[in-house]
Design a protein around this ligand. Structure first.
Ligand SMILES: Nc1ncnc2c1ncn2[C@@H]1O[C@H](COP(=O)(O)OP(=O)(O)OP(=O)(O)O)[C@@H](O)[C@H]1O
Ligand SMILES: [Mg+2]
Length: 423
């Protein structure tokens, strides 16, 4: 008799890791972003990668560089912000010596300049790259080149937004980028990838005094935003079927996948959060069924979306209000396409969704409801005006997800939140 020893099944939290370390097994390819990256990799400029938080910037470059044999080192600007300087973080990224030897660099430098003993030794081992000991940045770059051999090498400055309140660090970064144009640097062909949220990137160029010279040296990659439908579906399938070996109920497969995409707006981090909850719900049977979605919605609202839930709840009119205009507007906002919406578009959608048989009914109060939803203070705003001032957008993408999962149409098309006892 042959004894089959099967591998232990993987657990939900090992598969869906919404804020976890990069996991190549769960990385779902981003076709269009990767192809844009591939083209721009072949040019010699430094690169900028931007996109809202949770959309997958860090996972994208980690996967892309690994797949394309690019050596990369990450300088976390959050650390630089905490420690007050970028250059030591570059040294740390390039030569993460154990036991705090790089602190030795600071001591030595203050005693008259020079690299720490260990770092110098590493540099000397490379022979070809003898560098002036009083220039730590140059030392780091040439050490990095030595490590990368003849291959492509990128220094990644991640979380740019973390330094935009710190003028000294923004200047230091601008200097680093400008310096990277001199011959001594150019010979090493070490390139920079700057990563941040869109407002952080814009802010940086607006606030950096030499922004024109700096921006001339940078090439923007395609914005990292929500996944395409195919990518989102691939993520769900890879997680549940590939990794967890769950069965997605065949008759409802389409609806289940569409619901996950709809609720999470195809934002990868939200997808992983939602799928983790759904995977817990289905753990006992190792299946995913349509009825489980309701339970997953509830848990998700309670956990990841709880603060958005409180704000949206505060904005709902009392149930017995005769015309629930603000509630209708909220409901409709969860169903608007695009990032920005004008009052007239919202009004048109209120009409089609709530008064389809009354084409000439007056739909008053939409502009008012929108401006109330954008007012800070009180219940907390859900929207904000666009910079041009002629439209609105969500203050945070979480509000759209929350509204989608939280608000339902009840009897007489009244907008209701899902049973509050569950929350
Ligand atoms: N391509 C992908 N495939 C599967 N999951 C992904 C993918 N990209 C991102 N994720 C999921 O989304 C989470 C957030 O991604 P990531 O950390 O790359 O976002 P980010 O844009 O760098 O956000 P932040 O600006 O907050 O750093 C990851 O931890 C992972 O769970
Ligand atoms: Mg990131």
């Amino acid at each position: 008799m042959v004894l089959m020893i099967s591998e232990p099944k993987r657990r939900p939290e090992e598969v869906f890791t919404p804020r976890g370390e990069f996991n190549p097994r769960m990385y779902t390819p981003r076709t269009s972003l990767e192809s844009d990256f591939r083209t721009k990799l072949r040019q010699s400029s430094h690169l900028v990668l931007y996109g809202e938080s949770g959309c997958g910037k860090s996972w994208l470059y980690r996967s892309f560089f690994s797949q394309n044999a690019v050596m990369f080192k990450i300088v976390n600007l959050a650390d630089a912000s905490r420690n007050g300087k970028i250059t030591p973080e570059i040294l740390r990224a390039v030569n993460p010596a154990p036991g705090g030897q790089l602190t030795g660099y600071d001591t030595k430098k203050s005693a008259g300049g020079g690299l720490p003993g260990v770092a110098t030794a590493v540099l000397e081992q490379t022979n070809k790259y003898i560098v002036p000991a009083d220039d730590p940045l140059r030392a780091a770059i040439s050490l990095f080149r030595a490590q990368a051999g003849a291959g492509a090498a990128f220094l990644v400055f991640d979380n740019l937004e973390r330094i935009f309140e710190k003028p000294a660090l923004m200047e230091e970064l601008a200097d680093i980028i400008t310096l990277a144009d001199d011959d001594a640097f150019l010979q090493h062909k070490v390139r920079f990838l700057i990563v941040g949220v869109p407002s952080g990137v814009r802010e940086y160029f607006a606030r950096t005094p030499s922004h024109r010279t700096v921006s001339n040296r940078l090439l923007e990659l395609q914005e990292v935003s929500r996944m395409s439908q195919q990518e989102a579906e691939a993520l769900v399938v890879r997680g549940f079927e590939g990794e967890l070996e769950y069965k997605i109920e065949a008759v409802d497969r389409f609806d289940i996948i569409r619901h996950i995409e709809w609720a999470t707006d195809r934002i990868p981090q939200a997808m992983q959060e939602y799928c983790l909850q759904l995977a817990f719900v289905g753990e006992a049977t190792r299946t995913v069924t349509k009825v489980m979605l309701e339970q997953a919605d509830d848990v998700w609202l309670k956990s990841s979306l709880s603060s958005a839930y409180t704000v949206v709840e505060g904005q709902l009119n009392e149930r017995d209000t005769r015309v629930q205009r603000r509630n209708q507007v909220l409901y409709v906002l969860g169903r608007m396409d695009g990032e920005e919406f004008k009052a007239a578009q919202v009004e048109a959608k209120v009409r089609t969704l709530f008064y389809p048989n009354e084409p000439s009914a007056t739909i008053g109060g939409v502009p008012n409801a929108l401006s109330e939803l954008a007012l800070t203070g009180g219940a907390g705003a859900v929207l904000r005006k666009t910079p041009k001032g002629d439209a609105y957008m969500f203050l945070d993408p979480q509000y759209r997800m929350c509204i989608r999962v939280m608000l339902k149409l009840g009897a007489n098309n009244a907008v209701e939140k899902i049973a509050s006892s569950k929350i």
